[in-house]
Design a protein around this ligand. Structure first.
Ligand code: BT5
Length: 272
């Protein structure tokens, strides 16, 4: 991967500027800095290797050089997009699901809010962060890590949840640039549909644990037990928590665990 091959793979996609690094700490950190300096909408930071890739709540995103895609897109939301701000975190997950199914014939699902799974294994993690100027959003940074080649899959002891790669699922290697180009096309074709019925339906059709009983564990709060129904128009998880009771879980950090006794393969993991 280099600047030339990246530009070729992004031909025809409205990315005004790319910053490519062979090694960086975290593409999100660079993107947040760049957003504050005035990066244009849809500018992109991409790295062959991150040595301090981040997940949520101080967790790590682990990659190896030359094996995965790690990039961050800077968006300046329009007024209409600001009304659906919380859905930005679902957009990249939708785009990747579409690419892996239409181009590679792989079934994927989304563990709410935005981990992409193939079978029971995580293939992609997404970290959305915003930069603010006073109470105005200056930019949204969508950081995406996709395991492409099998060498990108971290050892199991460093993981909370089993992981896989596109190569591992297909049985043959794929070019990172090809997936990037397809992902970006899908991302920008879904962007105008943020919050539309199609957007919510597409997401709900791929929602992992649908109709399954899960436990939601939120730091400092009592766990909630319920059946996954879908999401609300603003991306909250909709759970059936009683005969007539629906509970909405705000997008944020939760541990979503299948309940003991449910014998789907997913419940082999104790931390989903
Ligand atoms: C995420 O956090 O899944 C968000 C990851 C976002 C990574 C991108 S890469 C580009 C941009 N720059 C950054 O610095 N970050 C973004 P979370 O839901 O908190 O999951 C983190 C957990 O995923 C870790 O604790 C591990 O268990 C697991 N994990 C780490 N590396 C992994 C990998 N390569 N594949 C699958 N799982 C992994």
């Amino acid at each position: 991967m280099d600047e030339t091959s990246l530009k070729q793979s992004l031909a025809g996609i409205p990315v005004p500027e790319i910053r490519y690094f062979s090694t960086i700490s975290s593409t999100n950190d660079e993107a947040i800095r760049w957003a504050a300096e005035g990066a244009l909408d849809a500018s992109m930071v991409i790295a062959d290797y991150q040595d301090s890739g981040r997940g949520r709540l101080g967790r790590k995103w682990i990659t190896q050089p030359g094996t995965s895609l790690t990039f961050s897109l800077i968006l300046h939301p329009s007024q209409k997009e600001l009304e659906n701000f919380s859905l930005f975190s679902l957009l990249a997950a939708i785009a990747l699901c579409q690419v892996v199914s239409t181009e590679y014939g792989l079934e994927s699902s989304i563990k709410w809010p935005n981990d992409v799974l193939i079978g029971i294994r995580k293939v992609c993690g997404i970290l959305v962060e915003s930069s603010w100027l006073g109470n105005q959003v200056q930019g949204v940074v969508i950081g995406t890590g996709i395991n492409i080649l099998q060498g990108s899959v971290p050892s199991s002891e460093s993981l909370l949840y089993p992981a896989t790669s596109i190569e591992g699922e297909l049985g043959f290697p794929v070019e990172r640039e090809n997936i990037l180009g397809s992902f970006m096309k899908a991302f920008f074709s879904w962007r105008p549909q943020l919050g539309s019925k199609e957007f919510i339906n597409f997401y709900e059709n791929r929602l992992a644990f649908k109709n399954k009983e899960v436990t939601i564990v939120q730091p400092g709060q009592e766990s909630i037990l319920g059946f996954v129904l879908g999401i609300s128009p603003n991306g909250d998880l909709r759970l059936k928590t009683g005969e007539e009771k629906i509970t909405y879980i705000k997008a944020g950090d939760v541990h979503l665990r299948p309940v003991s006794g449910d014998n789907t393969p997913l419940r082999e993991e104790n931390h989903v």
